[in-house]
Design a protein around this ligand. Structure first.
Ligand SMILES: [Zn+2]
Ligand SMILES: [Zn+2]
Length: 356
């Protein structure tokens, strides 16, 4: 047994996080080093929680040497962090200092904290106000948080959602929403409406445009979505979406940026309150319930008990499990086909192997 000197122990009591080291954690009641304190604390007749309060550790601290953390503790730690990291974030301090502090508390690297903090909180925000997920260059999948130029049905299938409509209902997007980043949306609409635009503008003459870029900018209402704005302006001037977007094309590049700026403001502001209200009825589960349920089931909780715990219908849990299984089967199928791409082509269908 190796005892730390009285002075060393006192120093550690002033800064108890120093007692959690890579290869050992020092018990600040007796000064002995261990890999984990959980069993040892019985000899002092204190519980881990009492010990943490006594020494001044925050709740999320694990009483285990950093480098010795077994795999299951790492998982638990990740969970604790994703739940509590907001509580430790001090808005009066810089991001760097926050990351340093929180990393110290949880005994993991600053980089990991940063990723957890930004990744989690941004996705949460987007799930509450789904139009935020649509950005200038990318759209974020609200199921997994990955970014794309456009959301494809192939990708949605990996989450057990078969159609865009299903995804839009689940996340309370209006059905006419295009699941494209603004730049992809512009390209798509220009391609889609090319024929009608050429025909109508040729008939009108290119000088006889019924409205200008400035009209569009002054009429654009950022509390409405991109699609609603195009509908409203189109109705007023008898224009299709492609014709409006065409006003912003041409040689002057900044115009297109202006249009993207308008669209981006719209996705920041549009329908925020409506979204959360709609979502609670349209959705199978709220975002919190969804996360809670996946956690419970991952821990091997009985589905009926999980339903009881969350106060939801057992059928909802069944539906959730069904979707998860479907998503898994689908991704397994795709990876099988990727290994043998010829098998993706059969008599009546060909399976798309991109984006899964
Ligand atoms: Zn001890
Ligand atoms: Zn996804």
């Amino acid at each position: 047994m190796r005892f730390k000197g009285e002075k060393a122990l006192e120093r550690l009591l002033d800064d108890p996080l120093q007692a959690i080291q890579d290869s050992e954690i020092i018990c600040l009641l007796c000064g002995q080093p261990f890999q984990s304190l959980y069993a040892h604390l019985h000899t002092h007749q204190v519980s881990p929680d009492e010990y943490k309060r006594l020494i001044g550790y925050k709740d999320g601290v694990f009483l285990i040497a950093r480098g010795k953390t077994p795999e299951f503790v790492k998982t638990a730690r990740a969970q604790v962090i994703s739940e509590n990291v907001d509580g430790y974030w001090d808005a009066t301090l810089s991001e760097d200092v926050n990351c340093q502090n929180i990393a110290g508390v949880f005994g993991i690297t600053e980089k990991q904290i940063w990723k957890l903090y930004t990744g989690d909180s941004q996705l949460k925000k987007m799930r509450e106000t789904p139009y935020r997920a649509i950005g200038k260059q990318s759209i974020t999948c609200l199921e997994c948080g990955k970014k794309f130029r456009s959301l494809t049905t192939d990708h949605l299938r990996t989450h057990g959602l078969d159609t865009w409509a299903e995804y839009k209902t689940k996340w309370a997007y209006a059905q006419h929403t295009q699941l494209n980043s603004h730049s992809a949306f512009i390209d798509y609409i220009i391609g889609r409406d090319r024929k009608i635009v050429t025909k109508r503008w040729n008939a009108r003459g290119w000088q006889g445009r019924p409205c200008t870029v400035d009209d569009v900018i002054s009429l654009w209402d950022v509390s409405k979505t991109r699609e609603e704005n195009l509908d409203a302006i189109g109705e007023q001037f008898d224009l299709c979406w492609g014709e409006i977007i065409h006003l912003f094309m041409g040689k002057k590049h900044p115009k297109k940026l202006q249009l993207m700026e308008l669209m981006d403001k719209s996705s920041q502001h549009s329908q925020q309150e409506q979204c959360s209200a709609k979502k609670s009825t349209a959705n199978l589960l709220s975002v919190d319930e969804y996360e809670e349920l996946s956690k419970l089931l991952a821990l091997g909780t009985d589905p009926d008990i999980a339903a009881l715990k969350l106060g939801i219908q057992p059928n909802t849990v069944k539906e959730y499990t069904k979707r998860q299984k479907k998503a898994q089967r689908n991704s397994e199928k795709i990876s099988r086909l990727k290994a043998d791409p010829m098998a993706a082509i059969n008599n009546t269908t060909i399976t798309c192997l991109v984006n899964s």
